[in-house]
Write a protein that binds this ligand. Structure first.
Ligand code: RAM
Length: 349
């Protein structure tokens, strides 16, 4: 009798174990993933390698915090092009799907405010990532910035200054006309020039054009600048898409020493240009670190009593303790970093 019971008990255990394995294996299907915490990253648009680099940081943190993929479901999705309203449907779909947190590189300062409000009312955290939404800060929970944006205007001007000997006409090749991050930096550059600092007295900003973070449009805009301004000495492209396209133009035309292209570049895309001399240097930060600390922030809220309020801090693995500034922003690194032929080993993303 005893033996029979034990056999029965073992049998039941085996059936339960089999059921668990079956359920776990089905984890990829929509319904079986239901128990996991859903974390979304919606970039400005898909097809921009910059955001693939940023997304890889989420994956790094997932490996550390959830090696068996039991806790989190991470979803990287977004529109094909970076228009002001193109992300709305993706935010709505994520909320509908039960997103715990949405990280979004918004394409507008304010076009998503109502969508964000609805999402937050349903319990979804809205974290702006890679930038902020100036003027609309009350519509998000916090913002992860790659660095302190207030340093970027002077940093970019100084970089061009050093590359052109402080003299000549230059233009800015930006992303979209609505882009919150580029518009902020371009304004900082304009403000700095307007201050009358003698350092920039011999540099003249002749135009600001928009390549929409699309390689073809950026190329066309760069070519048009060269036609319109025969004395153009430099271009600042504070977008990884724009700088890569513009550098390609000066490389192809063999004029990389006459028209200096700089700005914010993705090291993996710019490496070839640095190696062949078409680019003398550019700046950036650490995009993967932003995604990495983003997932740690979600985890801290779930497991360590963290709430995203100014002054609060959390522990983010290899990045140490991260603190939310009074503005609700997080600065991933304090200031942008210079990439040139002297640090090719740092070109890792
Ligand atoms: C482009 C995007 C992104 C920006 C970088 C520098 O890839 O516009 O938002 O942070 O450039």
């Amino acid at each position: 009798m005893k033996v029979t019971r034990r056999v029965l008990f073992i049998g039941v255990c085996l059936i339960l174990a089999a059921l668990m394995v079956f359920t776990a294996c089905g984890g990829k299907s929509q319904s079986a993933g239901g128990g996991k915490v859903k974390v979304y990253f919606i970039p400005k648009n898909l097809g921009n390698p910059y955001f693939v680099a940023l997304s890889s940081g989420f994956d790094q943190a997932l490996k550390e915090l959830d090696p068996s993929s039991a806790k989190y479901e991470y979803i990287f999705t977004g529109p094909a092009t970076p228009e002001a309203t193109s992300q709305i449907e993706y935010v709505e779909a994520a909320v509908q799907n039960g997103a715990k947190a949405i990280f979004i590189a918004a394409n507008s300062n304010d076009a998503l405010n109502g969508t964000f409000d609805d999402a937050r009312a349903k319990g979804t955290r809205i974290y702006i990532i890679n930038q902020d939404i100036p003027g609309s800060e009350t519509h998000r929970d916090a913002a992860i910035l790659p660095t302190n944006f207030d340093t970027i205007g002077v940093a970019q001007l100084d970089l061009l200054h050093s590359l052109i000997g402080g003299q000549g006409e230059f233009a800015i090749l930006s992303a979209t006309t609505d882009a919150p991050d580029q518009n902020y930096w371009v304004q900082l550059m304009r403000d700095e020039l307007a201050k009358g600092n003698p350092k920039y007295a011999q540099m003249r900003l002749v135009d600001v054009v928009y390549g929409d973070d699309q390689p073809e449009k950026s190329t066309t805009e760069m070519e048009a600048l060269l036609t319109k301004y025969p004395n153009l000495r430099g271009v600042i492209a504070p977008t990884t898409v724009g700088i890569a396209a513009a550098t390609k133009v000066v490389q192809t035309r063999g004029i990389a020493d006459r028209v200096i292209v700089t700005g914010l570049g993705l090291p993996s895309e710019m490496k070839q240009f640095i190696v062949d001399g078409s680019s003398k240097g550019f700046q950036l930060w650490d995009p993967p670190a932003e995604g990495y600390l983003g997932l740690y922030m979600v985890d801290a809220e779930l497991n360590a009593g963290f709430t995203p309020t100014p002054g609060a801090s959390f522990s983010a693995g290899r990045l140490g303790t991260i603190k939310i500034e009074p503005s609700g922003q997080i600065f991933t690194i304090p200031q942008p970093k210079l990439f040139n032929k002297d640090n090719l080993d740092d070109f890792v993303y």
